[in-house]
Design a protein around this ligand. Sequence first.
Ligand code: GSH
Length: 203
Amino acid sequence: MLKLYYSPGACALASHIALEEAGADYEIQAVNLRAGEQKTPEFLAINPAGSTPALMTDRGPLTQNLVIMGYVAQTYPEANLAPNDDSYAFGRMQAFNGYLASSVHPAMGQLLYAGLEGEARDAALKLTLAKLGVVEDSLLGSPWAMGADYTVADGYLSVFTRWARQAGILDGTRFARLNDHLDRVQVRPAVQRVLAAEGLQAV
Ligand SMILES: N[C@@H](CCC(=O)N[C@@H](CS)C(=O)NCC(=O)O)C(=O)O
């Protein structure tokens, strides 16, 4: 059975949502990041990078949200979580996910979790808002991230808009579309089940 290593509310929420939306048979294993469990020899044997998520499959581990989400979408095509039969559209979805992974996540990680103060924090805030602005103004489709159909990209985006709303930086006017999108993702039954499983509330 698939086993997802996650930390409640952290970015692995995206992979967790994908598994639940897919109707996959899986189990979850919490990794306490504050206690440093991601750096234990046992966990480093699964993900040498010492970060969550990791998904243990029958062929070994997979890491990186966008990889795990792509794997889930392709393993459960009947769930229609990605344009699996259109490699260009699949690439566009992974480009969206890649932007979240390589631009939005690092900027927000610095802002929210690096303990910055003063000018350094101001700079991190400005960078985060600029990265989210690209999604709001250009990348985000309607009603879902990639257009007509819900994909794994929607669950992934909701991780960061959730953090932004919790931090009070997802302004309703500047980020009207991102706010609407987060509301739409959070009412999905699979997402509600995942939030409950991680001990979280909708924000
Ligand atoms: N690009 C990676 C980022 C993974 C990542 O940074 N995970 C964080 C939680 S959001 C983590 O486990 N941090 C613990 C650490 O680095 O010590 C992915 O999407 O899987």
